[in-house]
Design a protein around this ligand. Structure first.
Ligand code: FES
Length: 366
């Protein structure tokens, strides 16, 4: 194997003393003998294709391109026929994929042929018949010349003058009003289609004072004595299963809570840590399960570190410090539900959530 040194010459190298410099060694020390300016290598010579010189080859290429476009047309017709004429319930067996809807199959095939025919036809056309010489368009400023811009202004002013817009203020005002109001229907449609205002829906849940904490999905109340240290439960408010219809899922989505029991000494001796312990009951604490980032369920509890982890973007909340965010994109801690026990020892909410659950939104207080 020979080393490439500046003194060695190889086939194709420039003549000694010429301005071109070989750069295939990746770097050059010093000035490396670089010239002031590199020569423009120019365009490679145009290679004639069969269709450029032979009329028969050109005709053949034309027929190929036309055939591909015809294939595309057939695909489009197939799509339309399948859309209107084939029953969506009709099924056929297709090897590899198995049973499938005949309508879907034909729609897919039709659309695929339609696009494929156009694509292949265009490529074949470009490769065989379109001119393949490279053309250079020199750069020029995009801004129009001053004369052109002045000419445009003059034309507009002349137009306004000859249309009498400047001399007839009534026309000017009503024309402006009509054009301005014309945009309103677009805005009205946009605003009107946003649906009803959420009102208090974003800031309230079903939790109110005295509601029992019910195990999810068993929907049975839980006593404080049943919650051992280290355990974690999914909780819903009492009565939520009595809701029927789609609103039940909405309410569950907002009110879902995670409850866990820590050793009371595990809470940090900070203002937040003390508050978290006081809002709990003998180390049992309950927090909204809806991530304050974009609302995924915070479903992972690490018992030894007392961290709650959201699997969506890894926001991590420290339960020992009032679910403070210690990692990830969440902007605020998980809201805590203050709990206590009723006369029978069942865990109940001591008050509603004191701040909205879930992702932050424009009207969220605090
Ligand atoms: S939704 Fe929880 S981290 Fe993004």
């Amino acid at each position: 194997m020979s080393e490439n040194t500046p003194d060695e010459s190889r086939p194709g190298d420039p003549e000694p003393g010429s301005a071109a410099v070989r750069l295939d060694q990746g770097h050059v020390q010093g000035d490396g003998g670089l010239p002031e300016q590199f020569q423009n290598p120019g365009m490679p010579p145009h290679e004639h294709r069969a269709a450029d010189d032979d009329p028969k080859a050109a005709k053949r290429a034309e027929r190929q391109v036309a055939g591909l476009f015809l294939l595309s047309m057939l695909g489009t017709v197939l799509f339309i026929v399948a859309y209107f004429m084939v029953d969506v319930e009709t099924e056929v067996y297709v090897p590899i994929t198995g049973q499938m809807s005949l309508a879907n199959l034909l729609l897919g095939l039709g659309l695929a042929l339609s696009l494929l025919g156009i694509g292949l036809g265009a490529v074949q056309w470009a490769k065989t018949l379109m001119p393949d010489t490279e053309v250079v368009e020199m750069r020029h400023p995009l801004r129009s010349s001053k004369e052109s811009r002045d000419g445009f202004v003059d034309t507009m002013l002349d137009g306004a003058e000859s249309s009498q817009l400047t001399r007839r203020p009534l026309l000017k005002a009503t024309f402006g009003g009509a054009m301005g109001l014309f945009s309103l229907p677009l805005l009205v449609q946009l605003v009107g289609s946003l649906g009803p205002l959420p009102k208090k829906d974003l800031s309230t849940t079903m939790w109110t004072e005295g509601k029992r904490l019910m195990l999810d999905p068993e929907a049975r109340p839980v006593k404080a004595s049943d919650v051992t240290i280290g355990s974690v439960f999914h909780i819903l408010p009492e009565g939520i299963m009595d809701i029927h219809g789609p609103d039940r899922l909405t309410q569950i989505g907002k009110a879902t809570v995670l409850m866990m029991r820590l050793n009371p000494e595990d809470f940090q001796d900070t203002e937040k840590g003390r508050k978290a312990r006081e809002w709990g009951y003998q180390g049992i604490v309950a927090y909204s399960k809806v991530c304050t980032h974009v609302g995924c369920p915070v479903g992972l509890y690490e018992q030894t570190t007392h961290h709650l982890l959201c699997p969506c973007h890894q926001s991590t909340f420290d339960v020992t410090n009032d679910c403070e965010v210690i990692f990830g994109p969440a902007g605020r801690p998980l809201p805590q539900l203050k709990i206590t026990v009723d006369g029978e020892g069942y865990l109940i909410a001591d008050q509603e959530f004191q701040e909205p659950v879930g992702p932050s939104f424009w009207e969220r207080e605090s």
